[in-house]
Design a protein around this ligand. Structure first.
Ligand code: ADP
Ligand code: ADP
Ligand code: MG
Length: 459
């Protein structure tokens, strides 16, 4: 791949992750950065770095013209979007395609359909994949919404069709709540995502969030790389992810994997993608959305399959066939990821940007810390509060929990408040240890280590 060159259109740990993959593949790599990120690690690890604007995302990482100009000026023939920012923006992808530069991900046409959550549900349904009951596409008026809510029965959720990152979602228990939430959610959607469209679906009580990783290539091959359980969430945002899920048996795993592949094949999907499902108490699964990009929690899948998803994304984008077939893939053990955030769990999880003093990363056999922080690094206040992802891999779930506990004990980030201790407490919560937690867990959790070591609870 000698004449190739990639621009990484992102920041933080994912930019670092992608730069490492490019270097291992021998592909020159260009970083972009905002004024606030001048000394960020990704700018130092890349072969070249281009400033694309002021601190605010709107003026830099979301500035399509600036990002594209940086790619053209540095002679890149591909752009890796990471997650968030422009990664699922069909307009940006279209602009990239028009220049002849390869967008590392599916085509603008596919993203415009699947990135819109209401449309994606209709595509899933058409492909024969079960979806959460709700409106057929977006709803235009409050009155239409209330009619549908009555049909399917309260509680229901109003969701922004362009939403992401757990935002633009409200739960309503009656007509009055619906009326209020409808205006609010549409407004939030307009300001956060530039699109006020919302849709309605049944609120599934305390489900599990289980998602399937898929990979497709330009030759029409699509495979799945099993599931990730992301049920440990706070306000619809993931906090801990693990693979495999503690509640799936081989039969259900196969069914969900096949459903995910069927959906991806129905649109000619290329690249890495994730099909997200909710699983109810009776183990019925329902499609909720698809993420047409690499996800934050992709490392747990890498650990259990031994496959480097980012390298595979890049190879596939350059026209190579997938390097593995479905039958080559096996679950090799158990992986857990804890998101480490600059936030204060004792102060309503308020972000805690500021200067990091000392850092010490845990290590050892099958311990991984994906991060962009280093001693004396300033965590800027403008972006996501995630400062790293601690990932462990072990032969089974019990040993993975033990390894995560030890790794959290040895992870030091001084100078700013983080959620390290909070994550440590979850690793000692009986519902986590037993694997019986659901998306309602955090709302009830007090953040304290419960009882002794809970050794006997580990299955
Ligand atoms: P994942 O789906 O990979 O688990 P998250 O939902 O945690 O990822 O989102 C990762 C990052 O991307 C967060 O910073 C989040 O705010 C951002 N993000 C996700 N979806 C969107 C979207 N539709 N619009 C803007 N930002 C988004
Ligand atoms: P985002 O694009 O922000 O990731 P999702 O549609 O994936 O939005 O939903 C985020 C989370 O919100 C889910 O993981 C789940 O915990 C919760 N959620 C979404 N839809 C429902 C639903 N219909 N019933 C119950 N919980 C839901
Ligand atoms: Mg989601």
């Amino acid at each position: 791949m000698a004449q190739n060159k990639i621009l990484v259109a992102n920041r933080g740990e994912i930019a670092v992750r992608v730069i490492r993959a490019c270097k291992e593949l021998g592909i020159p790599v260009v970083a972009i950065y905002s004024k606030a990120d001048e000394s960020s690690l990704h700018t130092k690890l890349a072969d070249e770095a281009v400033c694309i604007g002021p601190a605010r995302s709107k003026d830099s990482y979301l500035n399509m013209q600036a990002v594209l100009s940086a790619a053209i000026a540095t002679g890149c023939n591909a752009i890796h979007p990471g997650y968030g920012f422009l990664s699922e923006n069909p307009k940006f992808i279209e602009m990239v395609e028009a220049t002849g530069i390869k967008f590392i991900g599916p085509s603008s046409n596919v993203v415009s359909k699947l990135g819109d959550k209401a449309t994606a549900k209709m595509i899933a349904k058409a492909a024969g994949v079960p979806v959460v009951e709700g409106s057929e596409g977006i709803i235009e008026t409050k009155e239409d919404g209330i009619k549908i809510a009555k049909q399917i029965g309260y509680p229901v959720m109003i969701k922004a069709s362009a939403g992401g990152g757990g935002r633009g979602i409200s739960v309503c228990y009656n007509d009055q709540e619906f009326s209020k939430a409808f205006e609010m959610t549409s407004m939030e959607a307009e300001t956060s995502f530039g699109d006020k469209s919302v849709y309605v679906e049944k609120f599934v009580e305390n489900p599990r969030h289980i998602e399937v990783q898929i990979m497709g290539d330009s030759k029409g091959n699509v495979v799945h790389l099993f599931e990730r359980d992301c049920s440990m969430q706070r306000r619809n945002q993931k906090l801990i992810e693990e693979a495999p899920s503690a509640i799936l048996n081989d039969d259900l795993r196969k069914k969900m994997g096949l459903a995910a592949v069927k959906l991806a094949k129905s649109v000619g999907y290329e690249g890495a993608g994730t099909i997200e499902f909710l699983v109810d108490k009776r183990k019925n699964f329902y499609f909720i959305e698809m993420n047409t990009r690499i996800q934050v929690e992709h490392p747990v899948t890498e650990m259990i399959t031994g496959i480097d998803l980012v390298k595979e994304q890049i190879k596939v984008a350059y026209g190579k066939e997938l390097s593995f077939k479905q039958k080559d893939l096996k679950i090799l053990g158990h992986a857990i990821e804890c998101r480490i955030n600059a936030e204060n769990p004792l102060n309503n999880f308020m972000p805690t940007p500021g200067r990091i003093k000392k850092v010490l990363f845990p290590g050892g056999f099958n311990v991984r810390f994906d991060s962009h922080i280093y001693p004396d690094y300033d965590v800027p206040p403008f972006y996501d509060s995630m400062v790293g992802k601690l990932i462990v891999f072990a032969p089974n779930r019990k040993e993975a929990i033990r390894k995560m506990r030890v790794s959290l004990e040895q992870l030091v980030i001084d100078g700013i408040t983080t959620n390290i201790e909070y994550q440590y407490a979850i690793m000692h919560a009986p519902d986590f240890i037993k694997g019986t937690y659901d998306t309602g867990f955090i709302a009830k959790f007090n953040g304290l280590i419960q009882g002794e070591y809970n050794e006997e609870l580990i299955g």
